[in-house]
Design a protein around this ligand. Structure first.
Ligand code: HEC
Length: 212
């Protein structure tokens, strides 16, 4: 019994491999099929929600198959598109109110789909806590991104640091193309003004993030 099974497996293997080679589609086709399955399987009732399935140019570049690396040209293109997306607040002031930033950093609500509908909220939260360590001693934090504890203590609060921090939060891909940090300003999840509050939360010496 066992031997027969083995014999057929050995004899059958080349045939199976040959058949497999002949019938499996190539990577781009597999990707097309997978994307079609996802979009057809996602049946949100509101057309506005279905728009989320449409990838912008940078997302298309960033959606690699397997572990394929970004080429230099692709990375340059993603950074260029990200830089073009950055808008600054009308006031020109990049550092807002750290207390508002503190609230927003710990607020994960907004833009969620609940019961097939888009959550209605006066303002979206910043989600930072989901991925980053924030003030010292906070336990309920994520580790997808680097710790932001002591961010301002390490970097200071110069104009240059404020601008860099604003741009990283508005569109992280301007500095780390295709990273897992959401493009919070560029996607419209946070307003430019909210981003200034996040900047203050990170660099203001009075902010809880910068206490020892
Ligand atoms: C889904 C996870 C995720 C969320 C949510 C998120 N980040 Fe990030 N963040 C990352 C990752 C991953 C990195 C590292 C890659 C990069 O720099 O883009 C990062 C990097 C950063 C950096 C650069 C850190 C450094 O050492 O220079 C800053 C600043 C930052 N995030 C701030 C924020 C703030 C403020 C929020 C909330 C408004 C936030 N992040 C929300 C994942 C996230």
């Amino acid at each position: 019994m066992r031997k027969a099974w083995l014999k057929w497996t050995i004899l059958g293997a080349p045939a199976l491999i040959a058949a497999g080679c002949a019938t499996y589609p190539d990577q781009p086709t597999t990707r097309q099929i997978a994307e079609k399955m996802v979009s057809e399987g996602f049946s949100a009732p509101m057309p506005a929600l279905l728009k989320r399935l449409v990838q912008d140019k940078s997302q298309q570049i960033c959606s690699r198959i397997g572990d394929a690396k970004l080429t230099q040209e692709e990375a340059t293109e993603v950074v260029k598109l990200a830089r073009e997306s950055i808008k600054y607040p009308a006031s020109g002031k990049l550092v807002g109110d750290w207390k508002r930033g503190d609230q927003l950093a710990h607020d994960g609500a907004g833009d969620r789909i609940q019961f097939g509908r888009l959550e209605k909220r006066k303002e979206n939260g910043g989600l930072c806590q989901n991925c980053h360590a924030l003030a010292p001693g906070e336990i309920n934090v994520g580790n997808v991104g680097p710790s932001l504890t002591g961010y301002g203590l390490q970097r200071g609060n110069s104009e240059a640091i404020a601008k860099l921090t604003y741009e990283r939060i508005y569109n992280a891909w301007a500095y780390s193309p295709c990273s897992n940090m959401p493009r919070l300003g560029a996607t419209g999840h946070l307003t430019p003004e909210q981003v200034t509050h996040m900047v203050a939360y990170l660099i203001d010496p009075a902010s809880p993030i910068n206490q020892r």
